[in-house]
Design a binder for this molecule. Structure first.
Ligand code: MRU
Length: 379
């Protein structure tokens, strides 16, 4: 569980430091993050005392992953309100920090709306700031709950799709565990449920170039949880499928369009193509807050383009952001141009199922997805 002030319905073995916590005065008001750019070498906190600091933390991936971006965005609005700043401008800055993960805008707008409504009802700014903070805490808690439900639905689906008794050999990409969530994550929460149920035979962890979220973060979470896992370079996945070593692929999502197209970390789409060719289930696990019914299809999803230096150097995500020193090791001639999209889009016909906290949709259709979302908004 990320926030010290909330209680986890599910968590075991969290990182030694919370992934994200709200600090009251005198330490705060501040949002204190576990700096993910420093993992796995060290667990260090990054204290954001204002919105520009949080925006920078988002851009440098100190805080990252769709659900956690939503939670951080909501706390960011609460931070601006607690500091007596212009909440609408702060919300705009936060929402624009990264374009693809829909949760960021969702969390920001939710806290901002709560603040605005409180002001509209006559609350003074201090009281309205408390309302925005309560909304951020509520989102945080809801995400933890959703994570637990996704783990149950996802494991049930895996057991149905893979009935053999030998245990599941699962492949994952990027990082989708407790580091991206109020709870235990999305796809990784399902892997963890399989592990606890003694049904995880092997976790294959894609390193996830260029910023190595798989190597640095998923391997860290797998190790902490005592999973049987191995790390592979992204381009080794094909030979692993060919050798029959992968029973299912599980990934998260940054934005799911109304037609079921899924934007996720670059490299997800080639995995889906491989999975289709090898008749291996390709499963996306994400909360309904990641579904964007306002985006019609995959082509309409804005894919973030990251600085080329992340490809031309072996470096930290900090290096590409203005004001940060590039400290990477060059792996290409100086001046080499690079193509560096942060995400790619997988069409619904390549996806076996999308698992949410409300259940799974399979085959993936716009109608099925809309039904799941309607169920979540009825609660
Ligand atoms: O660029 P990142 O590290 O923020 O990308 C994260 C991912 O692509 C995750 O797979 C996605 O947010 C799902 S996390 C539950």
């Amino acid at each position: 569980m990320a926030d010290q002030d909330a209680q986890s319905p599910v968590g075991i073995d969290p990182p030694a430091l919370p992934v994200l916590r709200w600090a009251e005065p005198p330490e705060g008001p501040a949002l204190v993050l576990l700096d993910q750019t420093r993992l796995p070498a060290e667990e260090a906190e990054l204290v954001c005392t204002d919105v520009p600091a949080l925006v920078r933390a988002i851009r440098t991936l100190a805080v990252r992953g769709a659900p956690l971006l939503g939670i951080a965005g909501a706390y960011g609005v609460a931070l601006a309100a607690a500091r007596g700043e212009d909440v609408a401008s702060a919300a705009e800055l936060l929402e624009r920090a990264r374009p693809t993960a829909v949760n960021l805008g969702y969390g920001v707008r939710r806290a901002e709306r709560a603040y605005r409504q409180a002001i509209g009802k006559g609350a003074d700014p201090e009281r309205a700031a408390a309302v925005a903070l309560a909304e951020a805490r509520a989102l945080h808690w809801e995400d933890a709950e959703a994570s637990g439900h996704m783990a149950c639905h996802g494991l049930a689906l895996l057991d149905e799709l893979l009935p053999g008794g030998g245990g599941h050999r699962l492949l994952t990409h990027c990082n989708t565990g407790a580091l991206v969530s109020g709870g235990e994550g999305t796809a990784f929460a399902v892997v963890l449920a399989a592990h606890r149920g003694r049904r995880l035979r092997q976790l294959w962890v894609d390193e996830t170039r260029p910023l190595l979220q798989g190597a640095r973060l998923t391997a860290y979470e797998a190790a902490r949880n005592g999973m049987p896992y191995s790390l592979l370079t992204d381009n080794a996945a094909g030979s692993l499928f060919a050798a029959g070593e992968v029973d299912a692929v599980l990934i998260g999502a940054d934005r799911i369009a109304a037609d079921g197209s899924v934007a996720n970390k670059v490299g997800s789409y080639p995995l889906a193509v491989l999975a289709k060719y090898h008749h291996v289930p390709f499963i996306v696990v994400a909360p309904t807050t990641t579904v964007d019914l306002g985006t019609a299809d995959g082509a309409s999803i804005i894919v973030e383009q990251r600085p080329g230096v992340e490809v031309t150097e072996l470096t930290s995500p900090r290096a590409g952001v203005a004001g940060e020193d590039a400290v990477g090791l060059p792996v290409a001639p100086v001046g080499t141009a690079a193509y560096n999209p942060a995400f790619d889009v997988t069409p619904p016909e390549l996806i076996t199922a999308i698992v949410t906290e409300e259940g799974a949709v399979s085959p993936v259709t716009g109608v099925g997805l809309a039904e799941l979302c309607a169920r979540s908004s009825q609660v």
